[in-house]
Design a protein around this ligand. Structure first.
Ligand code: HSE
Length: 318
């Protein structure tokens, strides 16, 4: 017998970590999306309400990332009933913070909780990927860390190809999201189809050094090497307003490095102190303020835990 309703949270994510295009990502403590699902006797997932998207997200169950993920879990569970979804968006859309992934993950985790959590988190991965694929392609560098937490190395799309790396103490992140939408598809269309051997060697070396720095909890080292992306950032830089100026301002305020978060336009600075990360966030926002671009700045940390069930109401609960 399913529960009456369930609610789950899934965190925003920073994909790529500079040099690790499509293969590295991390979960943030905040922000994140919340999804509440209510059991209904009719089959399939439908949207009851979406808050916080400014009316921009599709309500059509076949196009909505949360609905697609929910339907995928229902199908895996082989149940004939359905769910009504309320999505509370706390992530800006098309911002490089894994917005579609967070909604898909929160929906999958909530539906699983509704039915008593029969599936493990790794078993929910395919459903989350189904939801993510509808919006930004079948890749797991946002879905993986949002679902599983921490820093993840993604070498494929099955759960045994997603590897949790250690989370170093002492990493503080400052993020700024200018009010310009950069759809992932557009940011992928500008990437080179071919990479020369020299760049391939430099990039793979940088990824290896980044993973080594993560294992040694070398925050300065990881921030430095994250910035050494010689393939993706140069191709995308023109889509990120004031990238150079924001990087300079972040460093003047004490940041150790700055990268594009996912496909952008959010920029993510790495710091080794909380107070510094607060100052860096303000300094980054100030660059946009000076040129009249609206932006949102945050400072946060890496979330060791991924998506979480917030509450489950059984049929007897009010
Ligand atoms: N790794 C992806 C990209 C972003 O940079 O295009 C994840 O949505």
């Amino acid at each position: 017998m399913p529960n009456a309703s369930a609610e789950a949270f899934a965190p925003a994510t920073v994909a790529n970590l500079g040099v690790g295009f499509d293969i590295l990502g991390l979960a943030l403590r905040e922000p994140g999306d919340r999804v509440r699902v209510e059991h209904r006797d009719q089959p399939g997932a439908v949207i009851t309400d979406i808050e916080g998207d400014g009316g921009k997200l599709p309500r059509d169950p076949e196009k909505n990332t949360a609905c697609i993920a929910a339907n995928s879990v229902l199908k895996t569970l082989g149940v004939s009933s359905g769910v009504a979804i309320t999505l509370h968006k706390h992530l800006p859309l098309a911002s490089g913070l894994g917005s579609s992934a967070a909604s898909a993950v929160a929906a999958a985790v909530a539906v699983n909780a509704l039915f008593g959590e029969p599936l493990t988190r790794p078993e929910l991965l395919p459903a989350c990927l189904d939801g993510e694929a509808a919006v930004s392609g079948y890749h797991a560098d946002n879905v993986g860390p949002s679902l599983l937490g921490g820093i993840t190395l993604i070498t494929g799309t099955s759960s045994d190809q997603i590897h949790n790396l250690p989370v170093p103490e002492g990493v503080y992140l400052a993020l700024v999201t200018p009010d310009v939408a950069v759809p992932t598809a557009e940011a992928r269309a500008v990437l080179p189809k071919m990479v020369n051997l020299h760049d391939m060697v430099a990039q793979t070396g940088a990824v290896a050094r980044l993973v080594d720095a993560i294992y040694r909890a070398d925050v300065r080292g990881l921030a430095t090497v994250m910035e050494q992306d010689c393939i993706i950032e140069p191709a995308r830089a023109h889509l990120m307003p004031k990238l150079i100026e924001v990087r300079e301002a972040a460093k003047r305020a004490g940041a150790l490095g700055l990268v594009i978060s996912g496909a952008g336009p959010t920029l993510c600075a790495v710091c080794d102190d909380e107070k510094v990360s607060e100052l860096v966030a303000a300094a980054m926002k100030n660059v946009y303020d000076m040129v009249g671009v609206q932006s949102t700045a945050r400072h946060t940390r890496i979330a060791v835990k991924g998506a979480q069930v917030l509450r489950v109401n059984d049929r007897e609960s009010p």
